[in-house]
Design a protein around this ligand. Structure first.
Ligand SMILES: [Zn+2]
Length: 323
């Protein structure tokens, strides 16, 4: 393990549309970044592009790096560097660390993207002053990662922390995972837009501003539209975020009955709505927390690293030899 905090580590975030990479110093600061398009539907091409990005970043660091960490949206056994399955990439049973490592001639750490983001927030963001933290990311889906007693909870097979798939209501809508009524189908950005579109197509006068915003075509409505309308004071948009935050707060309270984190950080694109989402989340959370009134309550705060959390976390896990 490198001790000089100025020597950068490489963090890579492989997504369905782009592969982003950066040099990250020992204080969690990004000093150089690069990105390439993800070659669609070609396992080998994605591995090759990732290796090439690592080579480019290594050259940018004059050949001296303190580790290489890769974050990806997948079920990952981080100890083995093995990807079980990636929903948005053509990866099944892939020894990603070995494949990339052999191409770049270095050890490579591979981690689930939400776990990596949780580690980034824990070390340098919203959880940097506590030992037990839960990160909840609210974007297209609901993801998260949990740190307990200074350790990332991965579970026996690396699949721990998939908090979006805790079932809130089995009679609820079908989730992308195949189950029904997961937290994700009620509390994700996708759910927010789905609910707004239903309102637009309903005869209710409540949906008037939303209807105007999308010109009557619900299919063009985005989460950002809803957030902007809520900020401007539209009652329906405020209600939609309130409803989402309420579900989220209930779900997080259930998860806290198991994990008991000292801090909960909310990140992801929908969290850009700020207190319009996090206010109702806090209220519902306080109403459902086990032992409420007779126990300390964890603080529920905004995540602070934004989209960089995964890259910073992956680089830092590699630097610290945390695989
Ligand atoms: Zn699910």
């Amino acid at each position: 393990m490198q001790t000089d905090t100025r020597t950068p580590a490489i963090g890579i975030d492989i997504g369905g549309t782009k592969i982003a990479g950066a040099l990250v110093d020992g204080e969690g600061r990004i000093t150089h970044s690069e990105r390439v398009a993800t070659p669609a539907d070609d396992t080998t091409a994605i591995i090759d592009a990732t290796a090439q990005l690592i080579t480019t970043l290594t050259e940018a660091a004059d050949g001296e790096v303190a580790g290489v960490g890769i974050a990806c949206a997948a079920f990952v056994d981080a100890r083995a560097g093995h990807v079980w399955f990636a929903p948005n990439l053509p990866w099944r049973d892939l020894d990603l660390a070995a494949e990339v490592g052999s191409r770049v001639g270095r050890d490579v750490v591979v981690e689930n993207d939400a776990n990596a983001a949780a580690w980034g927030e824990y070390r340098f963001g919203a959880g940097s002053d506590c030992d037990d933290m839960l990160l909840v990311t609210v974007g297209t889906g609901v993801g998260g990662g949990c740190i307990n007693d200074d350790r990332l909870i991965r579970g026996a097979f690396g699949i721990g922390g998939e908090i979006g798939h805790v079932v809130l209501d089995p009679s609820g809508p079908r989730c992308g995972c195949g189950n029904s009524g997961c937290l994700e189908v009620f509390a994700s950005g996708t759910a927010l837009v789905r609910n707004a579109r239903e309102l637009v197509t309903s005869p209710s006068p409540l949906g008037e501003a939303l209807r105007e915003r999308c010109g009557g075509d619900p299919d063009v409505l985005t989460g950002q539209d809803i957030t902007e309308l809520a900020r401007a004071g539209d009652g329906a948009a405020v209600e939609l975020l309130d409803e989402l935050g309420t579900r989220l707060g209930q779900g997080i309270a259930s998860i806290c009955a198991v994990l008991d984190p000292g801090r909960i950080a909310i990140g992801g694109g929908v969290a850009d709505a700020g207190d319009l989402l996090i206010g109702p989340t806090r209220t519902a959370f306080a109403r459902h927390l086990i032992g409420r009134g007779h126990r300390p309550s964890p603080e529920l705060v905004h995540a602070t690293l934004g989209n960089d959390a995964g890259i910073v976390g992956a680089a830092t896990l590699a630097r610290e030899g945390r695989a």
